[in-house]
Design a protein around this ligand. Structure first.
Ligand SMILES: Nc1nc2c(ncn2[C@@H]2O[C@H](COP(=O)(O)OP(=O)(O)OP(=O)(O)O)[C@@H](O)[C@H]2O)c(=O)[nH]1
Ligand SMILES: [Mg+2]
Length: 329
């Protein structure tokens, strides 16, 4: 044998050949590598073993795949919150994501144009919100993963076509489809969070689309009254309505932005900390830096205080835009 392989190596190679599982194979290959004499004649063999090890590792990673695989309903949340847009075919979901985010989903004047999810990031003042365009809900067919996505989202936007037919009836049909799947939408300010068995409660808002072609001026109010959900009319042709849209989405997420400042310095307004609405000062400090709570002395606040720089109690409720100055012992 030109490579002069020791008998132990030959035995390991034998084990590799007879191995039944991947782990056993991997084990044997590693032994072979360790037992392989180190000289020019074994370079090729070494490269071959390393390749086999790497292939095996790759394939065992793949094997674990299915549980972690990126299916359409597994979209990592980004930004201030994950918002899913749902609604009947042709109701303007994709157009909305197209004009308000960095994504460019297919917009078409025929129904069922969208087949997969499209993730876009929408800017709202100094933050980004994740908007996900989805295939339509309909009486005919709905992709099951669409409902899974809805179950996981922080906020659901239901688009109702304002240009045709009967928006109230369209909302009722959409709502019924969601309810059949155990998904119940509630007013974001209603604080109705707890899911019961077989039922998922999600914050919801209604977007009455194509408001440039809206037949009935009072429709948003009517729809809001009928649904109990915040309702706003939007047109992709009306820039001002899109600004209102992004504000409504942020409000729907029920988050607040908090900034920090160090004593004697200017506030850091670069990137806000995002907290749940109604968070207290203490919760704010904890989410900024867990360890700071231990040595916390007092906090001054700019914004929701009675005056700028007021020293506030730990249970003081923070508001969007507050700047806090943390003093430690
Ligand atoms: N006039 C007007 N037309 C709009 C507006 N928004 C969307 N449209 C039109 O409505 C049609 C459907 O829009 P899409 O955004 O593709 O609708 P969709 O809900 O994504 O449809 P599916 O993917 O089939 O579920 C397109 O022809 C759009 O150009 C709007 O604000 N005003
Ligand atoms: Mg679409």
């Amino acid at each position: 044998m030109p490579a002069n392989l020791p008998p132990e190596y030959i035995e390991a190679e034998e084990r590799y050949r007879n191995a039944s599982g991947k782990d056993e194979k991997l084990e044997a290959l590693k032994e072979m590598l360790a037992l392989l004499p180190n000289h020019k004649g074994t370079d090729k063999i070494e490269a071959d073993i390393r390749k086999r090890i790497s292939n095996l590792k790759k394939s065992s990673k793949k094997k674990k795949g299915p549980t972690r695989a990126k299916t359409p309903d597994q979209i990592e949340p980004q930004g201030a919150g994950q918002v899913v847009i749902t609604g009947f075919p042709n109701s303007g979901k994709s157009a909305l994501v197209d004009v308000t985010t960095n994504a460019s989903p297919k917009v078409a004047d025929f129904p069922f144009a969208t087949q997969g999810p499209t993730i876009g990031m929408m800017e709202y003042e100094d933050i980004q919100i994740q908007l996900i365009d989805t295939p339509p809900i309909s009486d005919e067919y709905v992709e099951t993963w669409v409902y899974n996505l809805i179950r996981k989202a922080n906020l659901i936007l239901v688009t109702i076509d304002g240009s045709t037919g009967d928006p109230i009836a369209e909302f009722t049909r959409t709502k019924d489809h969601l309810l059949e799947e155990g998904i119940h939408l509630f007013h974001p300010e209603a604080n109705f969070q707890r899911d019961a068995i077989g039922r998922t409660n999600r914050k919801g808002e209604i977007i009455l689309t194509k408001s440039d072609e809206l037949e009935e001026e009072k429709m948003p109010e009517k729809l809001e009254k009928d649904s109990g959900l915040p309702t706003m009319a939007v047109s992709i042709l009306d820039e001002e309505s899109l600004t209102r849209f992004s504000r409504a989405v942020f409000r729907g997420l029920q988050k607040i932005r908090i900034y920090t400042k160090k004593p004697g310095e200017e506030p850091d307004l670069e990137e806000p900390y995002l907290l749940d609405k109604d968070s207290t000062v203490l919760e704010g400090v904890r989410s900024i830096h867990r360890d700071m709570v231990e040595n916390l002395d007092y906090i001054r606040i700019w914004g929701s205080g009675r005056f700028d720089g007021q020293e506030v109690a730990q249970d003081h409720q923070l508001e969007d835009g507050d700047i806090i100055e943390i003093h430690q012992n």
